[in-house]
Design a protein around this ligand. Structure first.
Ligand code: ADQ
Length: 515
């Protein structure tokens, strides 16, 4: 989407939010600006909402990020204003920015952090995604801990801290730190002695201390995160795991009832805030035009076929090979689907410099080929793998066309794709197949909940879901979308900010802790 359209849309959204009837707000409730109060809002994450790249003709173009974090945090800044501090990863980011690395998007500013390539490689491809990402997702790929990558991680976190502190100046600020790339940042900010309130939001699972104790740097990471005033997770289960980890792994006092951790005289509150999406944006996007327009290659393939759809970053936590194999077993069980069912897997290339991601791409291609070899005919190719990024609104149209949405993550903090699918299904027709190991499964008991490791079981459940008939599945989708409309991203941000307000009020009234 071009920046002008995005700006107009953000203005419209902001105006909508300020109405008493805005999503997530009850009449008489304070606006988001009132909740944030006099503090300046700074959001920090490794990846920002936009990267500036150069076309071969030298023109600079803005590219938006695929990924749940950007999808969820962007509406927050659109609504409240402030600054997004993120790594300047686009080739032209610093050409667009001023001498401080800042650029103004109208509704909010971006401040790019400069991290040279070798350091970034150690920090991002190394410690963050080669060690922490697999570690926190139950190690489906073995985490690799390297001393020099740990040093790069520390140095990159310090670079983010310098940038946030420069941005904050002497103003009282509210900083929202995002995710596992920046675990050391909260303490670095707290130690500056400035008036900075810190909320850390954790987008991935917190699996438990027995899994995490293999990390040689766990103490420093936990001390880092405990610089926050509030730590937010998607699910209650992650809150419980976090409290248990802090209780048993470092010198800290944990109050399970109050959900607090006291460490070195500082108290951190821990709460769950299930993240969500801008439901209205998806619903409107899904009917903005025919689905065929952005997907001309799929038109001759789909025609009147039953569309099974997968949309993910090409990541081993998303269970894409398992999904393709479950579909293969479904075809073995159900000859009546031959010639009539098509699986389209849209996979956004991700972290391709890491070996395990390259291996995954090869495995997914091989599994798709295997299904097509087993069942394909001259006029029917059962599986189509599309490895590319799309404009988000194009995806919303395809969700609407889908008959069965397949979300089979092996482990996922929340998963926003299933929520986008539900928001796009304004006609209520469709089936959501959802892994039990997503945060979203807690919110949608009406989905067809599966264990993606159980390929035969998943195929059987898929078959049964297809047989339930349109009336039953419509009723399920209607119940899920009704919940989603109440629990959208504005509800999430409102809860997070109100949670933070409550924490700061409790802290003002609190006696300092000793441990
Ligand atoms: P992710 O692991 O990135 O997020 P997810 O929540 O599924 O996962 O969000 C993916 C986002 O990327 C969706 O908005 C989707 O539309 C978009 N996307 C996927 N494929 C795309 C493509 N080919 N082209 C364009 N866009 C594409 C992390 C955690 C999740 C958590 C989120 C938010 O791993 O568990 O839900 O953060 O907290």
């Amino acid at each position: 989407m071009n920046l002008f359209k995005s700006f107009v849309r953000s203005l419209a959204t902001r105006l909508a939010i300020e109405q008493p009837s805005a999503p997530g707000a009850q009449p008489g409730q304070p606006s988001l600006e009132e909740i944030v109060g006099d503090r300046r809002l700074i959001v920090v994450s490794n990846r920002g909402p936009v990267q500036y790249e150069k076309n071969p003709d030298g023109r600079i173009v803005a590219k938006t990020s695929a990924g749940g974090l950007a999808t969820a945090m962007e509406p927050v800044l659109r609504a409240c204003g402030g600054t997004w501090v993120c790594h300047g990863s686009g080739a032209a980011d610093f050409e667009v920015a001023d001498a401080d690395g800042r650029t103004n998007l109208g509704q909010y500013a971006i401040r790019f952090v400069r991290i040279e390539d070798q350091l970034f490689n150690g920090f991002y491809n190394g410690f963050a995604n080669g060690a922490l990402w697999p570690l926190f997702h139950n190690a489906f790929s073995e985490p690799v801990f390297q001393a020099e990558e740990w040093r790069a991680y520390q140095e990159a976190n310090r670079a983010f801290a310098d940038s946030v502190l420069a941005e904050a100046g002497d103003d009282p600020c509210l900083v929202i730190v995002n995710d596992y790339h920046l675990m050391l940042l909260p303490r670095l900010l707290k130690e500056s002695g400035k008036d900075i309130a810190i909320a850390m939001f954790w987008h991935i699972p917190w699996p438990g201390r027995r899994v995490l104790r293999i990390c040689p740097n766990q103490d420093e990471l936990y001390r880092g995160i405990l610089g926050s005033d509030l730590v937010g997770f998607h699910a209650r289960e992650h809150v419980v795991s976090f409290l248990e980890t802090m209780d048993r792994s470092i010198e800290a006092r944990v109050d399970v009832e109050q959900q607090t951790v006291s460490h070195c005289g500082h108290k951190t509150y821990v709460r769950d805030f299930p993240i969500s999406i801008d439901v209205q944006e998806v619903a409107e996007g899904s009917i903005a035009g025919p689905w065929e327009e952005p997907f001309p290659d799929l038109v001759p393939i789909l025609r009147d076929k039953i569309l099974f759809l997968g949309v993910d970053r090409l990541d081993y936590t998303k269970g894409i090979p398992h999904r393709v194999s479950a579909f293969q077993r479904l075809l073995r069980m159900r000859p009546d689907l031959h010639g009539h069912a098509v699986l389209v897997q849209i996979a956004s290339p991700s972290r391709f410099q890491i070996n395990s991601y390259q291996k995954l791409a090869t495995e997914v291609r091989e599994r798709c080929d295997a299904v097509n070899r087993e069942f394909g005919t001259d006029d029917w190719t059962p599986v189509h793998l599309v490895e590319r990024n799309y404009d988000r609104s194009s995806l919303f149209r395809l969700y609407r066309r889908a008959d069965v949405m397949l979300v089979t993550s092996l482990h996922d903090g929340m998963n926003l794709v299933c929520k986008e699918f539900l928001a796009a299904k304004t006609d209520d027709a469709g089936i959501l197949v959802l892994s039990r190991f997503t945060g979203a499964a807690d919110e949608f008991p009406e989905a067809c909940l599966v264990n993606p490791f159980d390929l035969d079981g998943t195929a059987r459940q898929l078959s049964a879901a297809l047989d339930r008939g349109p009336e039953a599945t419509k009723a399920d989708i209607a119940r899920m979308t009704a919940h989603l409309r109440d629990a959208d991203v504005y509800h999430w941000v409102r809860s997070l900010l109100l949670g933070m307000k409550d924490v700061l009020a409790r802290k003002r009234a609190d006696v300092p802790t000793t441990k």
